[in-house]
Ligand binder design. Structure first.
Ligand SMILES: [Ca+2]
Ligand SMILES: [Ca+2]
Length: 243
């Protein structure tokens, strides 16, 4: 029995090396203990670790994650989103205001991110995802079009698995920032019948980072196969004694 359970442990260890991507860090912005008020919440991740911060002097608060169709947060009560406002004046501050998340990817690869975002009518229609390999310099990645107001755009996602340096990096970070409309010198409002306003709001929810374990070093495999051989020998000995 002893050797059987050891074999089971080995099998688990081997299968873990080929594991599917799983959530490394996730922010649902809900109060850690539900308090019945969506006006209170938290920017501490509900899963894993990392930091969430505001860029360019915008302000943050908490507001319903369920209103206007709602985010993908499965919470049945006290579902908050991270409400942000105080964006740049029209024609200024392109790509300078929004939110930033720092998540270490040490020991992990196949990194991808996803988030839900509610655009208000007058908020910037275009949202740009940027990433950083050193936590300081940010590179443009993907531009999303939030072409409706008072509307949640759920499951926005960017796959970084093919970008060298994102995996196994303690300094990995990404931003979601308000961007001028393509080929223009200003912001467009999310609702085409509205004018862009710095007082427009973006409300975030379910920001998550996924990844899978970096393959285990060869030395471990050698040790593992050695153990398997020993177990086999142990079994054969037991069998011969029994016979
Ligand atoms: Ca709350
Ligand atoms: Ca939430």
């Amino acid at each position: 029995m002893k050797s059987q359970s050891l074999v089971a442990v080995m099998a688990l260890a081997l299968s873990a090396a080929g594991a599917q991507a799983s959530v490394i860090s996730e922010w649902n912005f809900n109060s850690s203990v539900p308090d019945g008020s969506t006006g209170t919440g938290s920017i501490v991740p509900g899963i894993g670790s990392g930091t969430a911060s505001l860029l360019g002097g915008i302000s943050g608060s908490f507001s319903s994650g369920a209103a206007n169709g709602g985010s993908s947060d499965p919470a049945l009560t006290d579902n908050s989103g991270w409400q942000t406002t105080g964006y740049a004046a029209q024609g200024t501050g392109d790509k300078s205001r929004g939110v930033q998340f720092n998540v270490s990817t040490v020991g992990l690869k196949d990194i991808a991110i996803s988030y839900d975002l509610r655009h208000s009518n007058t908020s910037s229609r275009y949202e740009l995802v940027q990433y950083s390999l050193d936590g300081i310099n940010f590179i443009d990645s993907t531009l999303f079009d939030g072409n409706a107001g008072d509307t949640w755009f759920n499951g926005r996602s960017v796959d970084f698995s093919s970008i060298a340096g994102v995996a196994d990096n303690a300094n990995f970070a990404f931003r979601i920032v308000a961007s001028f409309a393509p080929d223009s010198l200003g912001y467009l409002a999310s609702n085409s019948a509205s004018n862009y306003a710095a007082s427009g709001t973006w409300r975030f929810d379910m920001v998550s980072v996924t990844g899978s374990p970096v393959p285990v070093p060869a030395a471990f495999w050698m040790m593992g196969s050695g153990l398997v051989a020993l177990l086999g020998l142990h079994r054969r000995r037991n069998m011969s004694v029994a016979a």
